[in-house]
Design a protein. Sequence first.
Length: 318
Amino acid sequence: MKKLLMTASLSSLLVLAACGNDNRETEKESNGEKEVKYDNVLAESKAGDVTVDDLLNSIGTTEVANQTFELTLNKILEDKYKDEINVDDISKQVDKEIENYGGEQQFSQILAQSQPGMTVDKYKTNKIANALHNKYFADKFEITDESALKDAVKAQHVLVKVGEEQGGMKDEDAKKKIDEALKKAKDGEDFGELAKEYSDDGSAQNGGDLGLVTKGQMVQEFEDALYDLEPGKISDVVKTQFGYHVIKRNDVKKEDLSEEELASAKQQMVQSKLQENPDKVVEFYKDLLDEYEVEFTNEDIKKQVDQLINPKTQKEEK
């Protein structure tokens, strides 16, 4: 089973790492949210006007600078990759993901538990931002399709959930059920049909297909068992926090992969590269700001952004 959903954009991670602020997302008309145009004066009264400056000052310069920086990066990357990344396709991918998790209500509950305050619309917005930032970093690290697929595998599984809190059955009953599925699989019965009959998760309707899997994407017990298999082989019973699994590893052929699967493999490699080279985040974002000749016209915001992208310089000055 895959780990918890990851939706924070890479620019948000940079802001979080540098400033310790909460993750906040921008909302766009392309995701079904109306884009609002504000006048400078938001409210009038005998006591005086409430202006946009009043509102921004109440939020605080640091947060306004963080949001300005993130919005600037997102706007630049939307322009840079407007001919390569289709926002509508990403939205459709999220709709499919929601369906696989049992519908919007159940998906919203999962989001609320894993990331309090996250909504489906915000999740879509972050998915778009992720695609843009990952594309940029993949280009900067010169990650090719071939290198991204080096450790990637295709996987199917049968999952029998354990425990009432997960909508599963008692351990002994679940073990009996998974053993029965394993025996039939080892006897040569069609694995996809067995997944449809026995599996308790959303992949069952697709024959247990989990798509393209890369290292670090699955829980450890599942990953260890999957990568120990030869292509076409079936595992013994594997227990994880989700229940009991029987896993099948399949061949990976680039020509059979979707653009979404290739992008996912590249994303995993990008994350691995950034963990190995965290300083590259700032370096690559500086390159982007230089390429688009960005100038932060407000001096207070400019100072905050400078602190964000030049933390070592700021410390030395102090």
